[in-house]
Design a protein around this ligand. Structure first.
Ligand code: ZN
Length: 204
């Protein structure tokens, strides 16, 4: 199965989730998962500032607890916050109640109505339990910046190949990604800008 651009079957599994925004608008939505961490998040913020871009950060509650200064930086620069559970939980390993409780625990810091499940997957019971309180945000393009088998050029090529109007594009402000992001993120932003895309965040 193609990983970079989720299949219509996968999209159909979570029909109320956001996969792609308005395809008639030449805009993309950059998202960053798994932070905040001091080794990567401040650097991502600098890059976004350099290009005048706002993005959405799906953060892990336990990382916020450990790195409050970096969390405050993300907020202070006006980016949109998203919930990514407190412990980066895998849905299939948890029951509905412990999963929802973990999401709520992260929201003690985040106060957001956006949620993205770790690994892009959760049980239907968990999905429907969260749907009343959250907009579930999946993605149209995952750059696979976390993959040890990919180079920075591969990550950039994934953006070039799969980004299209309305794409929600996923990166990670994580240690696995940073070696690729250092060149791939600015290059991807410049390519998107040269292709006349604007950069948007999700409405409140
Ligand atoms: Zn994640």
């Amino acid at each position: 199965m193609l990983i970079e651009q989720p299949s219509s079957l996968l999209r159909w599994l979570y029909p109320h989730a956001l996969w792609r925004m308005d395809p008639r608008e030449r805009a993309v939505y950059l998202t960053f998962d798994d932070g905040p961490i001091p080794e990567v998040t401040p650097w991502v913020l600098e890059v976004l500032d350099r290009y005048g871009i706002k993005a959405t950060f799906f953060m892990v509650g336990d990382n916020i607890r450990k790195h409050p200064a970096e969390f405050e930086m993300v907020k202070a620069r006006g980016h949109r916050l998203g919930n990514h559970t407190y412990n980066h939980l895998s849905g299939h390993l948890h029951g509905i109640r412990s999963y929802v409780r973990n999401v709520e625990r992260a929201n003690y810091y985040l106060h957001t109505n956006l949620f993205r499940p770790p690994h892009g997957w959760m049980k239907w019971t968990q999905y429907y339990a969260l749907l009343s309180r959250y907009r579930i945000v999946m993605w149209d393009v995952v750059t696979r910046d976390y993959s040890r088998r990919l180079t920075a050029a591969d990550v950039l090529n994934n953006v070039k190949r799969y980004a299209r109007p309305g794409s929600i594009i996923t990166f990670h402000d994580s240690l696995k990604s940073i070696d690729k992001l250092r060149t791939a993120l600015p290059a991807a932003i410049e390519w998107l800008r040269d292709e006349n895309y604007t950069f948007k965040v999700f409405d409140e």
